[in-house]
Design a protein around this ligand. Structure first.
Ligand code: MG
Length: 370
């Protein structure tokens, strides 16, 4: 079997509500998605998606995904998509770094592997749990009252896991965290996501002031050095996501005890192949995990769900349904959808959901074997 064509589509995904990242410093209204179709000489077609969470979040660029695919295409065409390690090495040779541009191709290869095996990706990766995965909400940086209103809206849809964005004004962050904890029903899991917004002194002040509440913070500093610097000065558990890009990052975090939780974002890590290695490092070091896309449609949510299903239930803290935050649906309601705040692993082969090609518009690039 060999890859005969790769077709890239550019799809704009408007957000239902404009989004303010932690600290209120960044806002955006539309996500820039790249959907990739990978065709083979056997007639099996795989699909991948790459959607950064805006261009201001981290070093991942929507148009850069399409440019990266353009650069890598001639190195990938002709390879057997079932040999994902060969595809990975070919992409690394063609374009060092730029993991987010490689993720959609890796995803499409896994979709093909699953279809050829007639089984869901999670099963061909070694066995997928059918326990429904709790979806984490995404509660933007707001006032105390707005935070309550947004969380109640999510709760009415069954959500029991929340990612509340903080970061910025120290006093307001402390006030919001206290208020959210005071209103938290039993059994809910809440992560306070700083999205790198605090300086070291801000991190220490908020984390010390909320120590008695036993809450967990995500990415409480810009870099792993910042997180390490305050590590001994507070008692809160920490999740790292923006600074978890490479396998070397995962090893450092695990070995140096910088975090108790990994927030694995598949497109940031370069796709399922690489993210699965991070999962194994986490499991070997007693580190629990959230698994998510950085954004996108039901395709991206489904990919993350497959990896999440390969994690023992007690170590898998949650997934995400970015599909609930956008106003377009490229798969006509198919694929894993929010059911009482959870996603259920699709039983179809491969990814278990494919886009409606007519919803993608005209391709922006078609790369074919000569
Ligand atoms: Mg985060």
């Amino acid at each position: 079997m060999k890859i005969t064509a790769m077709t890239a589509f550019h799809v704009e995904l408007p957000l239902e509500h404009a989004y303010w990242l932690s600290g209120g410093r960044l806002t955006f209204e539309v996500l820039d998605a790249t959907v990739v179709k990978v065709e083979t000489d056997d007639g099996v077609t795989g699909w991948g998606e790459g959607t950064p969470w805006g261009h201001t979040y981290v070093a991942a660029h929507g148009p850069g995904i399409r440019a990266g695919i353009e650069t890598m295409a001639r190195f990938v065409l002709g390879l057997d998509p079932r040999n994902v390690l060969e595809v990975e090495r070919a992409m690394d040779l063609a374009l060092p770094g730029h993991l987010y541009a490689k993720a959609p191709i890796d995803m499409a290869c896994w979709d093909i592997i699953g279809q050829v095996a007639g089984r869901p990706i999670a099963d061909v990766m070694g066995g997928g749990s059918r326990t429904p995965a709790p979806i984490a909400s995404s509660v933007g940086a707001k006032t105390v009252e707005e935070t309550r209103a947004v969380m109640d809206r999510y709760r009415s849809r069954g959500y029991v896991v929340h990612s509340v964005k903080v970061g910025g004004d120290v006093d307001r962050d402390i006030e919001r965290i206290r208020d959210v904890e005071a209103h938290r029903p039993r059994g809910e899991r809440i992560l306070y996501d700083v999205n790198r917004a605090w300086t070291r002194q801000q991190a220490i002040r908020v984390m010390k002031a909320t120590e008695h509440l036993g809450v967990m913070f995500e990415q409480p500093g810009e870099t792993l050095d910042d997180i390490a610097a305050v590590r001994q000065l507070h008692a809160a558990p920490v999740s790292v996501d923006e600074s978890l890009v490479t396998l070397q990052d995962a090893v450092r975090i695990a070995r140096d005890g910088l975090a108790e939780v990994f927030g694995i974002k598949l497109n940031r890590a370069g796709g399922l192949t690489r993210a699965a290695r991070m999962r194994d490092i986490a499991l070997a070091h007693g580190i629990d995990m959230y698994v998510m896309a950085t954004g996108g449609t039901v395709l991206a949510d489904a990919e993350a769900l497959h990896l999440a299903a390969t994690i023992p239930d007690r170590h898998r803290l949650g997934v995400w349904a970015c599909q609930d935050m956008i106003t377009v649906d490229i798969a006509n309601g198919r694929g894993p959808r929010n059911i009482d705040g959870h996603l259920h692993l699709p039983e179809g082969p491969g990814l278990g959901v494919h886009p409606d090609e007519s919803a993608l518009g005209e391709p922006v690039a078609v790369h074919r074997l000569p």
